[in-house]
Design a protein around this ligand. Structure first.
Ligand SMILES: Nc1ncnc2c1ncn2[C@@H]1O[C@H](COP(=O)(O)OP(=O)(O)O)[C@@H](O)[C@H]1O
Ligand SMILES: O=c1ccn([C@@H]2O[C@H](COP(=O)(O)O)[C@@H](O)[C@H]2O)c(=O)[nH]1
Length: 213
């Protein structure tokens, strides 16, 4: 029997807006279905041939920082029932690691990342597009806490990066993609009404496509 097409949900918003939290909240409501959360960060360009100084100088909030060709190709493989070897990104080293992660094609794919709606090919793969909308001041506070604890960054480097690239790129490239979203979610992972509505919609699409739920 032909395999049924997976549901693809895109979750975007600025850094620290709550994309990961929203994605996991949807995931938690989908027990019983096979599901994969794919992070666009995983597909930052491979910078192994660059020096650490050059890597630190990269603008990680610009669309050209991502290898969207590989992301598109691997998403398309999953949609066509093919397993992939997904890259693994190392924030402390500012580049892809030598490992990959084997991913089998799931019934539900959540693609989350700051610039997923900026790319028309990626947009066209999505069944539902979500923008998590969180004020800049909240996002920078969350980012400081997270980057110091989880990404091995100093407070000085976080503030410098925020002022030189993160904030201007947010307003130039990320915030304008809000117009492509089907749903704008304020309060991120704490917005239980939005999470429940999204889960209901995902189940509807699964049923329409003949999946057993
Ligand atoms: N609604 C919320 N209220 C309080 N803290 C939150 C909320 N949403 C996310 N966080 C916290 O903020 C940080 C960044 O959230 P995360 O979901 O990782 O954002 P993103 O993936 O958009 O960068 C995490 O530590 C998370 O636990
Ligand atoms: O080596 C890197 C790669 C990325 N970043 C920053 O990460 C965020 C995107 O991740 P979120 O989980 O959405 O916060 C982006 O703003 C980049 O600036 C980095 O600092 N270093």
């Amino acid at each position: 029997m032909a395999r049924k097409r997976p549901v693809v949900i895109g979750v975007t918003g600025g850094s620290g807006s709550g994309k990961t939290t929203v994605s996991h909240a949807i995931y938690d409501l989908m027990n019983g279905q096979s599901m994969e959360i794919i992070t666009q960060d995983t597909y930052y360009n491979d910078q192994a041939s660059m020096t650490m100084e050059e890597r630190k100088a990269v603008n990680y909030d610009h669309p050209l920082a991502f290898d969207n060709d590989l992301l598109y190709q691997q998403l398309d493989q999953l949609r066509h029932n093919q397993a992939i070897e997904m890259p693994v990104y190392n924030y402390a080293e500012y580049t892809r690691s030598n490992e990959t992660r084997h991913v089998e094609p799931p019934e539900i794919i959540i693609l989350e990342g700051i610039l997923i709606l900026d790319d028309e090919r990626l947009r066209n793969l999505m069944d539902i597009k979500v923008y998590v909308d969180t004020d800049d001041d909240i996002r920078i506070i969350r980012r400081i806490q997270r980057d110091m604890v989880e990404r091995g960054r100093s407070i000085e480097s976080i503030i410098d990066q925020y002022l030189t690239t993160v904030k201007p790129m947010y307003h130039e490239f990320i915030e304008p993609t809000k117009r492509y979203a089907d749903i704008i979610v304020p309060e991120g992972g704490k917005n239980q009404v939005a999470i429940d509505l999204l889960a209901t919609k995902v189940r509807d699409i699964l049923v329409q496509r003949g999946h057993r739920i």
